[in-house]
Ligand binder design. Structure first.
Ligand code: UFG
Length: 323
């Protein structure tokens, strides 16, 4: 199978690319390196530098057709999407529409799309199933939902198979591939980096949530489990139209529990300060992963302890990230 991976120099994209190559797929990457890292590019994949917003780049990439497209490339900082929403609509939505257009014109048979739990906003039920109302509460989540809709409508009318994978909290590392965002906003890398660099502070964002220990509950999923789900989705996608599938562990962990797991993984004492809530954080976000099990035969294999162990190993070996 020939697969185009957009955003293959990014965190989840690079891990998935490595796994596709290991499974014998022929992979080409399209990435503009605006947030991805050259060091994360596997040499065995053909690399196209460029953006989905450049028609000439898409002409070059789609000179040959693909069996499948796996589309990671997107801006993904929730906070930034609130202050600069057009950056998100422009890159995420306009770029994705250009890609969908190429696939609909015969550029590929299958389309796997990186969606997000952000499409649910603040769900009233937990664990959240794919049938829950989609009410995103920030522009990032809204761009993901708009792209799901555009993909659903086009996949149905043009007759290609599409899967939207709604990631919960991706975390962990695989070999030399780990999490390196600028700025880094995510809990686990911020926590671990603060142990390696005394100049970086770490704080818990609120301990007055309606949860047993007062801190927010999330569903952390190992990036290798996520990558395996992409392979399963690629092989499963067949019927025209879009299927949206949650990718989470099905288990929730509070911020305090993550700190306890980090203490165990690192052997360090961690005594964080607590600051007021970060705006827009739902109290609890946990996936139902029944549909992934049923359709993709995918079940996560790695728990929170393994996530922290792998992330810690990566951050110690890469204290300055990929650079
Ligand atoms: N947190 C802290 N301190 C930090 C960083 C985070 O206490 O320094 C807390 C947050 O308040 C939250 C939890 O840790 O309760 C997890 O926060 P992350 O930023 O790691 O992840 P989010 O759940 O906010 O974001 C994730 C994905 C987004 C997606 C969102 C959907 O990373 O892409 O879920 O709600 F949009």
């Amino acid at each position: 199978m020939r697969v185009l991976v957009t955003g293959g120099a990014g965190y989840i994209g690079s891990v998935t690319t490595a796994q596709l190559l290991a499974a014998g797929f022929e992979v080409e990457i399209l990435d503009d390196l605006s947030s991805g890292h050259r060091a994360a590019l596997p040499p065995a994949a053909l690399f196209h530098t460029g953006s989905l917003l450049e028609p000439a780049t898409l002409d070059r990439v789609f000179a040959r057709r693909f069996d499948a497209v796996v589309h990671f490339a997107a801006h993904s900082l929730v906070g930034e999407s609130m202050t600069d929403p057009l950056k998100y609509y422009h890159n995420n939505v306009t770029g994705t529409l250009a890609l969908i257009d190429r696939v609909a014109a015969g550029g590929a048979d299958r389309f796997v799309f990186s969606s997000s739990a952000a499409v649910y906003g603040e769900p009233e039920i937990s664990p959240v199933t794919e049938q829950a109302a989609v009410v995103p509460i920030n522009p990032y989540g809204r761009t993901k939902l708009v792209m799901e809709w555009a993909l659903a409508d086009t996949a149905r009318s043009a007759g290609f198979a599409a899967v939207a994978l709604r990631y919960f909290n991706a975390a962990g590392a695989v070999g030399d591939l780990g999490e390196d965002h600028t700025p880094e906003t995510h809990l686990i890398p911020r926590l671990l980096r603060s142990l390696l660099d005394p100049e970086l502070t770490f704080a818990v964002f609120g301990d007055d949530y309606p949860t047993p220990d007062g801190t927010c509950i999330r569903d952390y999923i190992h990036v290798q489990d996520l990558a395996e789900a992409h392979l399963a989705a690629l092989l499963w996608a067949d019927a025209p139209g879009l299927t949206a599938i949650n990718l989470g562990s099905g288990h929730g962990h509070s911020v305090s529990e993550v700190i306890a797991a980090a203490t165990a993984a690192t052997g360090r004492d961690i005594a964080p300060t607590t600051v007021p809530r970060r705006s827009g954080d739902p109290a609890r976000l946990v996936a139902s992963n029944e549909l992934a099990l049923q359709l993709l035969r995918w079940r996560p294999q790695r728990d929170l302890a393994e996530i922290l162990r792998d992330a810690w190993r990566w951050h110690r070996r890469h204290p300055h990230g990929h650079s």
